[in-house]
Design a protein around this ligand. Sequence first.
Ligand SMILES: [Zn+2]
Length: 300
Amino acid sequence: MLKIAWSPVYKYELPEGHRFPMLKYELIPEQLLYEGTVTEANFFHPDPLPEAVALRTHTQEYWDKLTRVTLSDREVRAIGFPINEKFVERGRHIANGTIQCARFALEHGCALNVAGGTHHAFADRGEGFCCFNDQAVAANYLLDHGLAHRILIVDLDVHQGNGTAAIFRNEPRVFTFSMHGERNYPLRKEQSDLDLGLPDGTGDTAYLRLLRDTLPRLADDFQPDFIFYQSGVDVLASDKLGRLDLSREGCRERDRIVLSYARQHRIPVAVSMGGGYSPRIADIVEAHANTFRVAMEVFG
Ligand SMILES: [Zn+2]
């Protein structure tokens, strides 16, 4: 059974005209249920992230500032959402959703979080729509509980996984792999274990060839016993921030490459959705829905 983390708190009320497509968190599960890809039984509501678990990845000072809602204006601007208690609660549920997905993946091979992939969150600060780093928190949880020993993070969002790279810079048990737009945000990149910075307009053929060449080679070398996959759909040609020019089918093939690799090699995989900023919300929802459809094909 493919388990999917989702909760009504995922959708956060934003001021009119805010550029983040918050509606997708409602539409993705609706679409998947409507078309029959999944049923209600696939979904679970995650619990909030406990402080002690968060502190393995984030600093006490940052945790306190978030939960007491005392971030400075500058810190709030860096995150890019208006911040109140509801927002922090939402972040805690999403991050714990990825932990619970990881546990389900150990049992069923794969599990997916309808949100998360908040890879721009650092230990002591957030930026780029990210407050807690869900995959980093979940990776540390697996290590601490002896549930995984060598974790590969495959980050295919169009933006570099800078927070994740920084958090695990000195952690040899976690290999961070980020394939992203070289000229895209963040301007100042961190150093992942493997960074592939791609030129604008890369397109399906070159992108998929590179992924097919790279993923098996690096996984065969590193021998992970767990994979986190950040499946951002801001790689699409329709994306207003992306610039990588992938077609919807190319994006789906990308998901298939990662999930099939995990399945073939019996490596549990937990998926977090990541970004997506196409002007038409249907393009975003459709591309995210493809990740779930491919997961059902491969693991269902
Ligand atoms: Zn992104």
